[in-house]
Design a protein around this ligand. Structure first.
Ligand code: 0A1
Ligand code: ZN
Length: 880
């Protein structure tokens, strides 16, 4: 086992830098293999720094060329330059100017951090520590500087030269070169720096801000793809308006630019005034993008735009505070989508995502607090916990403080911390002060890992007309944290009376309560509701008001009642999920015993009622019909999981529902077809989702003619949403027409990388053991490339995380394959390799045979010499 995993950085060790960097002048002379970087920093010791304290700048694999101090060459005795650091041994007093020349090789940069090339375009990615791969710097978020950037290169190869801020100068040079100078007046940390240069086309538009300033908006893409950028532009303008209305936040530069690139490790990046996007989150037209893609583009555009205030104007003091910008910005983009589309549908989708990704993370070896106390590799903390659970904490604040209180806290935060690098304590203090609320214990949510379990047992007493709820909370131990304190858990509730309406409550005893939210703050609390004249069914945690696992004593009859009557759409949906989950767990056990368990006809009937209730929006009905995923069932079973039994239980239940409701599904399908023009609006998106769901049940139920119907749906589809839904139904149900349909698809979309990603993913997810062979073959297909993160995620990632049957093959071949890919990819792109490795995060929950095989593969990875810090951090925590 490789032991050198880099040093551990601790939150408690934080201290400001000795020097501040007031301004940065960066000069990039672009060349594919030898880009010359000259950086001139104006520096000054901060108050309290002892005279002559050495200045050490961060570097990462840099080639040093020269150094000057106040315009004069430095003697080699005055500094030490290594690939990883530059130290000026005796800095002068007062303000001084340090100029350093370095050289980098963008074309050889396969890690896609720092300056790299994507299809010929020069592009940067600096968050979190990529700037130090471009030049030596105090590369940390609490060093804010004003940047002026000059880019130079051959005009025929790089006609477009972009950086942060506003353009201030451009010109022609000898030998066909040209240059551009950009100035960003807003002080920013280095991770928000960006430069882009290449042969790019663009679409443009304008936005007039609330105060009447006109902003130039541009989206840059590879020439020929301009037509696929209009939805992104539309989403951008709606985001800009929404942030003004909802949070009073205006855009602040004269120009806002987005660049789409095809090689990118993540979704997108909020560089000041120059967002860089994975092209997957920009490009869309009806033939190549699905409704889900359109919605994804809208929300990522919004997310990055909202960062302009929560991230850029107010940034993080250190990387431990990552959730300060990410949790808050995710909350803001979730709210945007809820306002633009359907609030209940958005909430259900977000909770599904949280439970699918964050809950398992929180329950396994990679569990960490939303604000970690230490890390070895910060890249491994761009997690569901920091992002999604971070957003849940902000949501709990909003739930507790109400709309006005929350807005008052946000206003104070923007006013007080604009231009600063802030902490979670700063953030919470604004809400506490603005609303005069004690929020001290909210910090526990940031500091304690693990998902709390809340139990609720209830009883109704006719004599005293009281309803008593006994609540407990428990947070499991997680790596490095065995003891947990009780946390403040807001529980939105309703007591549903016999007629299905919420009952009036006279008075509540035993918990702080406001309107329909009560606060569980102790380990155990008994809450008494007075004036309850009939036995109610409690509807708890409405809208999923806290990120906890709720174990309530509601029985099947109660759940069926809530499914029929709950006025809270989230809990209605949740009742259906709970019923399905209960069945799937019991059915999995039966299958392991060699037995079977039939579905409850009452449950199926209740699903039918929801599916056909035209008073409910179609998107919501589609969600209610969707069974928990196999991975959801794994999570609920938690120990000694047999993935094959889970898969069988789920396929069986789906088949039973499909055949029992064949007539209903057919009617539903027929009434939902529409031949109008495609538009990705929420209504038609919901209609297509419900139609796809009905078609899928028809096929799963083995209904006569269903395969032909799906094949026709595929052949006659006039948009990607319909086409892909039909293809997925054919492929996932392993029907004979799947193979010719897959071939047709490949012919139709050959050469279109994003459309072919869907084709790769679909095949990788076919739930059968020999899918692994298909995935291996597909790695040789021209549509695949191990060098492109989107391709790797589409094929390998989909197999590892979206195909339980394949990945968890009983012989361990799935584990072996993924471990091999990690080993191959790690030296080229450690971030993508480390993310793939995280597919093993729940390995300890597996039944013994698979657990042993998975451990062997993890150990094999761990033993590799020269493993990146990214992968070695993940694998050592996983085995720790
Ligand atoms: N701040 C971005 C996420 C991001 C993080 C790291 C990256 O490169 C390694 C790129 C993007 C966001 O939240 O959208
Ligand atoms: Zn973000």
């Amino acid at each position: 086992m490789k032991t050198e995993t880099g040093q551990t950085i601790r939150l408690d060790d934080y201290r400001p830098t000795d020097y501040a960097i007031e301004t940065v002048r960066l000069d990039l002379k672009l060349d594919p293999k030898r880009t010359q970087v000259t950086s001139t920093l104006s520096l000054a010791a901060r108050d309290g720094t002892r005279g002559g304290t050495p200045l050490t700048l961060d570097g990462d694999a840099l080639t040093f060329v020269f150094a000057e101090l106040d315009g004069k060459p430095l003697s080699p005795d005055d500094y030490v330059a290594t690939p990883d650091a530059f130290t000026l041994k005796r800095p002068p007093e007062g303000l001084f100017e340090l100029t350093i020349g370095t050289e980098t090789n963008p074309e050889g940069n396969s890690a896609l951090m720092g300056l790299f090339r994507s299809s010929g375009t020069y592009c940067t990615q600096c968050e979190p520590e990529g700037f130090r791969r471009i030049t030596y710097f105090l590369d940390r978020p609490d060093v804010l500087s004003v940047y002026t950037t000059r880019l130079e290169g051959p005009k025929d190869q790089v006609p477009v030269l972009l950086s942060n801020g506003n353009p201030i100068e451009e010109g022609e040079l000898a030998d066909g070169h040209h240059y551009a100078v950009w100035h960003d007046p807003y002080p920013k940390p280095s991770y928000l720096f960006a430069a882009v240069a290449g042969n790019l086309a663009h679409i443009s538009d304008t936005f007039v801000t609330a105060s009447g300033r006109t902003v130039d908006l541009r989206i840059y893409v590879e020439p020929g793809k301009e037509d696929r950028c209009h939805w992104a532009m539309d989403s951008l303008k709606r985001s800009m308006r929404w942030d003004e209305v909802r949070f009073g936040r205006e855009y602040d530069l004269d120009i806002f630019m987005i660049v789409a690139v095809s090689d990118f490790n993540m979704g997108a990046m909020e560089n000041k005034g120059l967002n860089v996007f994975n092209d997957k989150y920009i490009l869309a037209d009806p033939t190549t993008a699905t409704d889900t893609d359109y919605a994804g583009i809208e929300s990522v555009i919004a997310h990055e735009y909202f960062h302009n205030w929560t991230g850029d104007r107010i940034t993080c003091r250190d990387w431990f505070q990552l959730c300060l910008k990410e949790g808050l910005t995710v909350f803001r983009d979730q709210e945007f989508t809820s306002d633009e589309r359907s609030r209940p549908v958005k909430r259900i989708s977000d909770v599904r995502t949280l439970k699918a990704h964050q809950f398992p993370e929180d329950a396994g070896p990679l569990a960490h607090p939303v604000r970690p106390q230490s890390y070895r590799e910060i890249n491994n903390f761009y997690t569901a916990t920091v992002y999604e659970k971070g957003a849940e904490i902000v949501r709990m604040l909003a739930t507790r403080l109400g709309e006005d209180g929350f807005r008052a806290g946000m206003d104070l935060y923007f006013e007080r911390h604009d231009g600063e690098a802030a902490t979670i304590e700063d953030f919470l203090a604004c809400f506490a002060e603005a609303t005069d609320t004690d929020l001290d214990t909210m910090l526990l949510w940031y500091n304690q890992a693990g998902t709390p379990t809340v139990t609720a047992t209830s009883s109704w007493d006719a004599g005293s007309s009281t309803f008593t709820l006994k609540l407990t909370q428990n947070t499991p131990s997680t790596p490095g944290q065995s003891e947990k304190a009780p946390m403040p858990i807001p529980i939105r509730f309703g007591l549903v009376g016999p007629n299905g309406d919420d009952m009036e409550v006279e008075r509540i005893e035993g918990a702080e309560a406001a309107a329909d939210v009560l606060l569980l703050s102790e380990h155990e609390q008994t809450v008494v509701f007075h004036g309850i004249g009939a036995r109610p069914v409690p509807s708890l945690l409405r809208g999923f008001s806290a990120p906890v696992r709720l174990e309530a004593d509601t029985d099947t009859a109660d759940l069926l009642f809530l499914l029929a009557h709950d006025s809270d759409p989230f809990n209605r949906w949740n009742a259906a999920q709970t019923l399905a989950m209960d069945h799937l767990k019991r059915s999995t056990e039966a299958i392991r015993r060699g037995d079977t368990l039939a579905a409850d006809p009452e449950f199926i009937k209740a699903l039918e009622t929801v599916a056909t209730d035209t008073g409910l929006e179609p998107a919501y009905r589609a969600l209610a019909l969707q069974l928990p995923a196999e991975s959801d069932v794994f999570r609920e079973i938690a120990t000694d999981v047999d993935p094959a039994a889970v898969s069988k239980a789920r396929t069986t239940l789906k088949g039973e529902i499909g055949s029992a409701l064949a007539g209903t599904m057919r009617d539903l399908y027929d009434t939902l077809q529409d031949d109008g023009p495609y538009h990705p609006d929420p209504e038609s998106t919901g209609r297509r989702a419900l139609s796809a769901c009905a078609l899928d049940y028809l096929v799963a139920g083995g209904t006569d003619g269903a395969e032909e119907l799906a094949k026709t749906h595929f052949d006659t589809a006039r948009n990607m949403t319909d086409r892909l839904a039909a293809l997925s139904t054919l492929a996932m149900n392993r029907l004979p027409s799947a193979e010719p349909a897959l071939e047709d698809y490949a012919k139709m979309f050959e050469g279109d990388a994003l459309a072919m990603d869907k084709w790769l993913s679909m095949q990788a997810m076919i739930p059968q053991p020999d899918t692994l062979d298909r995935v291996r073959e597909l790695m040789d297909h021209p549509a695949f490339s191990i060098a492109n993160p989107n391709r790797v995620r589409a094929l390998i990632g989909a197999f590892a995380t979206g195909n339980a049957t394949g990945f968890h093959r009983a012989d361990g071949a799935g584990y072996h394959f993924i471990a091999n890919i990690v080993i191959e990819l790690d030296p080229k792109n450690p971030q993508v390799a480390a993310r793939l490795l995280a597919a093993f995060r729940s390995w300890r929950s597996l039944e013994e045979g698979r657990r042993t095989l998975a451990r062997q593969e993890l150990e094999r990875v761990a033993e590799r010499a020269d493993l990146s810090r990214d992968s070695s951090d993940i694998v050592s925590r996983m085995l720790g």
